[in-house]
Ligand binder design. Structure first.
Ligand SMILES: Nc1ncnc2c1ncn2[C@@H]1O[C@H](COP(=O)(O)OP(=O)(O)OP(=O)(O)O)[C@@H](O)[C@H]1O
Ligand SMILES: [Mg+2]
Length: 306
């Protein structure tokens, strides 16, 4: 998401733990945000250190990726955020196309399928050269959305300015769009309901998900007549967060108990951060972890429906 604070870093951290620790895959997580929140949350200092080897040495020099990989010990390996402002500036000086391919060529291609089964990138909330590199290197995204008034605008920005554009060049998939940090009831007009109902019923939201595909205009919300909106939403919203139009009617008619849709607000995420661990290592009993297992399975099978 080209938007701060929706849960990108929490998702990268937790999915790293679920895929690597609970599901026993070989996993690398890389923090591509100069702010380094994920690195801090795993106990790595993110102060600038011009002498240390960093991602820039891998992308713009001959350093092997193994040399910058750390081992936090929570089931996944980790590339911390270090000197990324400089790395981004250096990439921007490079010729345009080549500079978007570097992360794929110098980090993903040598490691994926060989040393690691999965490589996850945590990106910043605004577009830069490293974000371009990330979408080329890992063209499969999980998008968290928080129930705040700017959520749908964040989705629009991401669809029009990133997804639509990148799909002109590569086959980019949104594996899942996931509501996060929910805590209100949904049988009343709460922020949670506004987000969940919009994403689960609006043709406009389907158009965001399909941005860049033939005949789709995410700005006006137009999608081709032969595309089934319900199927698009079924394919992008995990079953635990899917509430269909008929179900909203049933909830409002009092015929169906309003579900407590995940992913819920949980103090465990902040507490794990303070303890410098992913939530899987801090509190594997945390009730929300099982939904990240669902997301991990979606990652494993390459989408919601095989
Ligand atoms: N389900 C949740 N329950 C409780 N707190 C959460 C939840 N998800 C995220 N948070 C908290 O919300 C804040 C923002 O989350 P996070 O840092 O993951 O967002 P982000 O998208 O990475 O933001 P940025 O773009 O600034 O890096 C953090 O303090 C995090 O602990
Ligand atoms: Mg973050």
């Amino acid at each position: 998401m080209l938007k701060g604070g929706f849960g990108k870093s929490v998702f990268a951290n937790t999915l790293g733990g679920v895929l690597g620790d609970l599901r026993d895959h070989d996993v690398l997580v890389a923090d591509l945000d100069p702010a380094g929140h994920l690195s801090t949350g795993l106990g790595y200092y993110t102060r600038e250190d011009a002498d240390a080897l960093d991602l820039g040495d891998v992308l713009l020099d001959d350093t092997a990726p193994e040399e910058i990989i750390k081992h936090p010990g929570y089931g996944f390996d980790f590339v911390p955020s270090l000197n990324l402002e400089t790395v981004t500036e250096d990439l921007a000086r490079d010729s345009v196309m080549a500079s978007d391919m570097r992360l794929k060529q110098d980090l993903v291609d040598p490691l994926l399928g060989d040393k690691y089964e999965y490589i996850l990138f945590d990106i910043p909330g605004s577009r830069n050269k490293l974000v371009n590199n990330a979408v080329v290197a890992a063209p499969n995204a999980i998008l968290p959305l928080k129930p705040v008034p700017e959520a749908l605008n964040g989705m629009r920005e991401t669809a029009t300015k990133l997804v639509g554009e990148i799909r002109q060049h590569i086959d980019f998939e949104i594996l899942a769009v996931v509501p996060n940090d929910l805590r209100a009831r949904i049988d009343q007009q709460t922020k949670d309901r506004r987000l969940l109902e919009a994403m689960n019923t609006q043709e406009q939201f389907a158009a965001y998900l399909l941005a860049g595909r033939d005949g789709v205009d995410p700005d006006s919300g137009t999608i081709p007549d032969d595309v089934d909106v319900e199927a698009v939403l079924d394919n992008h919203i995990p079953p635990f967060a899917r509430v269909t139009a008929d179900e909203w009617d049933a909830i409002d008619a009092g015929e169906m108990a309003p579900p407590k849709v995940p992913i819920r607000h949980s103090a465990a995420f902040g507490d794990a951060y303070e303890d410098r661990k992913p939530v899987t290592a801090y509190d594997s009993e945390c009730s929300q972890v099982r939904y990240f297992e669902t997301l991990a399975k979606i990652i494993e099978q390459g989408g919601i429906q095989q």
